[in-house]
Design a protein around this ligand. Structure first.
Ligand code: C5P
Length: 396
């Protein structure tokens, strides 16, 4: 592929060298357009050596070959990383005062934008509005991460890691094989109240479900994300329904199940809830040293959907297990699939650095009879795409 990489003037520009290198090593023809400000942070020789192509900077260079439009027209995909608030604003309004913004305006290729800036600039309503405008027009945003910024401050605004940006470029140019389909995804972890301040919850961050929603959206689906207490923001460009308890999650899923083609139940759902929810905070002096809370079973939403008559949506469930052995994991998945009458179960191995809260995941995708359809190990996005591939296969 011919990839145009726009680099803006932000300190994160140095991280983009790793992205360009990976794209080149994957065999792509990479052409870098740094803004003048980007060249104050990173040298032209670095970008030329790493991209193995001369960089293009000046709008008035190569006028004879109409370079201000030629680069954009010939691109298969344009990546802008880091994208500053300034360049995002220009793109949202269609301004074209440098070679990069001219190239974007002259291009019909997918546009991938990886913003990086200080938290206040990112959260400013102007920036958020501009980002939403670009998403509406079909741009793919690689969401900035939370963490240490350039100074001593910590917050959202860090450029996503190079491998996440590379995955986004691959995804943006990938197939639209879910066009015309509706995909419902549940994500996060439910909370069952004990009293006004306490709840029974779990460690699910919602990252895998959010990655599924993003992947389905990028593949052309209409996506409904039902999110229970997500630790990460829901993606733009989808319908988002926030919930908290299992009862709320159930109502949200059941009301959207009609008309759905695929339902992926990635949420960690509490099997039990307290029989009585205290109206006021339970006080230690009143309850004493030993407390027991009566629990009652929650409805099993996946089993309820699985009990529906065919034709029904393709149903994908999740199982988080701690067994290390693939055969044991597959057997657990097969049992769950049968009990709930699901079509696929994604069995996650949960341990340190994998599963809950982590960026990466490892999953076995099990179909009926315990058949292992895929074994995936990678980012949650890679796992998400493998699950959607398998769900599409069931639909065929
Ligand atoms: O039974 P278990 O909790 O292990 O099953 C996990 C799968 O079933 C997940 O896909 C989860 O979203 C779903 N589930 C459900 N309703 C419940 C419990 C789990 O839909 N009450």
């Amino acid at each position: 592929m011919r990839i145009v990489v726009g680099v803006c003037g932000g300190i994160a520009a140095y991280k983009v060298v790793g992205v360009i290198r990976t794209l080149v090593l994957q065999g792509h023809d990479v052409h870098v357009i740094p803004t003048d400000e980007a060249l104050r942070f990173i040298g032209a020789p670095t970008l030329e050596a790493i991209s193995r192509n001369p960089i293009a900077t000046d709008l008035f260079d190569g006028v004879a070959e109409v370079k201000h439009v030629a680069l954009g027209q010939s691109a298969d995909v344009i990546l802008i990383a880091p994208a500053t608030a300034n360049t995002i604003a220009k793109l949202a309004t269609g301004l074209s005062d440098n070679l990069l913004t001219n190239s974007v305006l002259a291009s019909t290729a997918p546009l991938v934008i990886a913003p990086a800036m200080h938290t206040e600039m990112w959260q400013n309503p102007a920036t958020q509005h501009n980002v939403a405008t670009l998403v509406d027009r079909g741009a793919h945003i690689v969401w900035p991460e939370s963490g240490q910024l350039t100074g001593s401050d910590v917050g959202v605004g860090r450029l996503a890691e190079p491998e996440v940006i590379v995955d986004a470029v691959t995804a943006a140019t990938g197939p639209k094989d879910l066009a015309g389909k509706t995909v419902v995804v549940t994500a996060g972890g439910t909370r069952e109240p004990i009293d006004p301040v306490r709840f029974i919850g779990n460690r699910s961050s919602g990252r895998q479900g959010v990655a599924l929603a993003e992947a389905a959206r990028d593949r052309g689906a209409d996506v409904v994300l039902i999110g229970a207490n997500l630790e990460v923001p829901p993606p733009i460009g989808i319908e988002f329904a926030p919930v908290s308890t299992v009862a709320e999650l159930r109502d949200a899923v059941v009301s959207r199940a009609t008309g759905a083609d695929i339902i992926v139940m990635a949420a960690a759902v509490s099997d039990y809830r307290p029989v009585n929810v205290a109206e006021t905070k339970m006080k230690k002096d009143a309850v004493g040293d030993a407390v027991s809370i009566d629990l009652t079973a929650n409805p099993d939403i996946l089993a309820e959907l699985g009990a529906q008559q065919h034709p029904r949506p393709v149903l994908v469930g999740f199982a988080a297990e701690t067994e290390a052995d693939a055969d044991a994991l597959a057997a657990l998945g097969a049992g769950k699939l049968e009990r709930k009458n699901a079509d696929l179960i994604a069995v996650n191995r949960v341990d340190e650095g994998r599963g809950f809260g982590a960026a990466d995941n490892e999953a076995l995708i099990v179909a009926s009879g315990g058949r292992i359809v895929a074994t995936v190990d990678g980012s949650k996005r890679v796992v998400a795409d493998a699950i959607l591939d398998a769900a599409l296969e069931v639909q065929r």
